[in-house]
Design a protein around this ligand. Structure first.
Ligand code: FES
Ligand code: FES
Length: 328
């Protein structure tokens, strides 16, 4: 059978800030749902009318005239002035349009990523009046009354790597990303946290980014990056695993070098961990314990290095046990 020719998907072009036109589908997923809903309502009304008519058993009528075809409701628009990263943008927006859509399709601002478009992944997170929110599910029409919107592009202080916000630099240099889809959202959620807490614990960081998902599973490095950024913001000096090739950062170490007489021992977990990611989490927790100067291991074993001036093997075993992972 000959193949039917499928016409190309219709698109329209919009201008972007960097002069690269973006393509927006003429029929978006949002439009599709709106139109489907209108159709469903029309079908429901027509069905209900027929049911009621059958109950009162009206006398037979001549053939009914064809029902008028349901038409989608008129699209309403609203004028708003958005304050994004300190700059004002006058726009005329569809009242059903999300902030992410306005920023990308109207303003050409690709400052946040879209992952799920349904408030599940946090990739699109921006700050509105200091709170991290999902731009994919905010209606732009509600944001023209002076609210301050901040994106990842608005937190850097100047050009080049030196101008990056400490969070951006820490994510980059500590490798808190792989594909990068989630990174802007994580940075904005962490940024909101650091505005009110410059020395967050692991638990507080996890809570702050609990609305963000990283499909690449870079959680341990993300948490480390947030801690290093917090340390830098407190005025401490930090080092990164990866060198910064283009600039020389003022860098030292925030962790004391292990003492020359540090003791190391490998232990076997009484119950093996479920995944290696669990080991990463445990490792982050144990590194905060005074006296522990090094850790490595796997799902089955853990090698702990400690300062004998502060700990001995019994205390190390006790720390492991209190963390929920006793060793043999
Ligand atoms: S794209 Fe907005 S939460 Fe996933
Ligand atoms: S780095 Fe790929 S989803 Fe997080």
């Amino acid at each position: 059978m000959a193949e039917a020719k499928v016409p190309p998907y219709p698109t329209q072009q919009t201008e972007s800030n960097d002069n690269k036109p973006k393509e927006k589908p003429l029929l978006t997923r949002r439009d599709f749902f709106v139109r489907s809903n209108a159709g469903a309502v029309a079908v429901g009304m027509m069905t209900g009318t027929g049911f009621a008519a059958s109950l009162i058993q009206a006398p037979p009528k001549p053939a009914a005239a064809p029902k008028p075809t349901a038409v989608p409701p008129p699209i309403k628009t609203r004028k708003v002035t958005l304050d994004i990263d300190g700059k004002k943008y006058d726009c005329n927006v569809d009242v059903r349009e999300s902030l992410w859509e306005t920023m990308n399709y109207q303003l050409g601002l690709s400052n946040c990523n879209q992952g799920c478009d349904r408030a599940e992944c946090g990739a699109c997170a921006v700050l509105v009046d200091g709170k991290a929110v999902n731009a994919c599910t905010l209606l732009t029409a509600r944001y023209g009354r002076g609210q301050k919107i901040v994106t990842v592009a608005g937190i850097s202080k100047g050009p080049g790597p030196q101008g990056l916000h400490p969070l951006q630099r820490a994510f980059w240099l500590d490798g808190g990303f792989q594909c990068g889809i989630c990174t802007r959202g994580f940075i904005m959620s962490a940024y909101a946290l650091l505005q009110t807490n410059n020395n967050p614990t692991t638990a507080e960081i996890k809570e702050a980014v609990s609305g963000n998902i990283c499909r690449c599973g870079e959680y341990p490095k993300i948490i480390t990056a947030v801690k290093k950024a917090a340390a830098e913001l407190r005025g401490e000096k930090v080092t990164y695993a990866a060198p910064l090739p283009l600039v020389t950062l003022v860098a030292a170490t925030s962790q004391a070098a292990p003492p020359a007489n540090a003791v190391s021992k490998q232990f076997e977990f009484a119950t093996a961990l479920g995944t290696i990611e669990q080991f990463d989490d445990l490792s982050l927790e144990l590194k905060e314990k005074p006296g522990i100067v090094g850790l490595s291991g796997s799902e089955r074993t853990i090698t702990v290095s400690w300062d004998p001036g502060q700990l001995d093997e019994g205390k190390v075993r006790q720390i492991l046990s209190e963390s929920g992972h006793p060793v043999k």
